[in-house]
Design a protein around this ligand. Structure first.
Ligand code: SF4
Length: 292
């Protein structure tokens, strides 16, 4: 098949995710009993490679033993997890993305200054599934207010005097700014103090920007990544507004598209990937398409 396949100029593993993968890969060369505490990042392809190198994934503290060397994932963890590991003398390496660590620092400081913390992020308002980064940040402040949509604001009682808002790094910036405007207005009417810090991540914004440019010049877009990856879903939703776009989680998804003739001879196909997807995976799919 003759396809014109273009890979987005900026896509795939952001520096925070890459850092977590590189640090873990290094540790695996020197240590045994390396345990990924929950999924290191939202990408099965990459995590599977670490498991093949000898890591084991454990999803609860009950499974951790004293011999384990624990890897804290890129989304971060709540304070109580560090306390547990420290109290029990369990060694660990913190692979939390520096951007998330910065948010944790902010909420710790602002809480100490007497602000009520508001976290804007996917906490599971409708899905009941809390994003691990929101869970981690929440675990560093006292009972924060969690918001993920405009419709929730009218039902929230703002009983404190001052509020400080942070945003999940991979939350849609546009959506966040719209929600912030509403909160600002409500708190102004109630004569409360409101401050915020835009903590959305630049890395994923660059991927979005470049992916949109590519989408404007192809017949269809493929977004490579996992469906539990917040930034990949955001990217998919954005590109779907521009051109026919498909989510590719595995080679099987690609084969299915070909079987359904969604990709046909002469098409130009754009490929991009979320910030938790390795470029290795992206190039594997490109190679496959080249040889169809
Ligand atoms: S998307 Fe941004 S915040 Fe999230 S891991 Fe990557 S660099 Fe860090």
């Amino acid at each position: 098949m003759n396809l014109n396949i273009k890979i987005c100029k900026i896509c795939g593993l952001c520096y925070g995710a890459k850092r977590a993968v590189d640090l873990t890969t290094e540790i695996l060369k020197n240590k045994t009993h390396v345990v990924l505490f929950k999924q290191l990042l939202h990408n099965k392809y990459t995590v599977d490679r670490l498991l093949q190198l000898g890591a084991v994934q454990k999803n609860s503290l009950d499974e951790i033993t004293k011999e384990d060397f624990v890897i804290i994932r890129s989304h971060g963890e709540a304070k109580k997890i560090y306390e547990y590991l420290n109290c029990n003398g369990i060694s660990y390496l913190d692979c939390t993305c520096p951007n998330v660590l910065k948010i944790i620092e902010i909420v710790k400081n602002k809480s100490a200054e007497g602000y009520k913390i508001i976290i804007l992020g996917k906490y599971g308002y409708k899905t009941k599934i809390m994003h691990p980064e929101v869970n981690a940040i929440s675990g560093w402040c006292n009972n924060p207010i969690l918001i993920e949509s405009e419709e929730e604001i009218k039902n929230i009682e703002f009983n404190f005097e001052k509020y400080f808002l942070v945003i999940q790094t991979t939350f849609s910036k546009e959506k966040a700014l719209a929600i912030i405007e509403k909160i600002k207005l409500k708190l102004k009417l109630e004569k409360k103090i409101f401050e915020f810090f835009d903590t959305t991540c630049q890395a994923q914004l660059l991927i979005k920007e470049q992916s949109v440019k590519l989408a404007e010049n192809v017949n269809l877009m493929l977004v490579v990544g996992d469906r539990n990856s917040s930034n990949t879903i955001e990217l998919f939703n954005l590109l779907s507004l521009k051109v026919k776009t498909f989510f590719i989680e595995s080679l099987e998804d690609l084969k299915e598209l070909l079987a359904k003739r969604e990709i046909i001879n002469g098409f130009s196909v754009g490929i991009t990937a979320g910030a938790s997807t390795s470029l290795e995976e992206v190039y594997e799919y490109k190679e496959f398409l080249k040889n169809v």
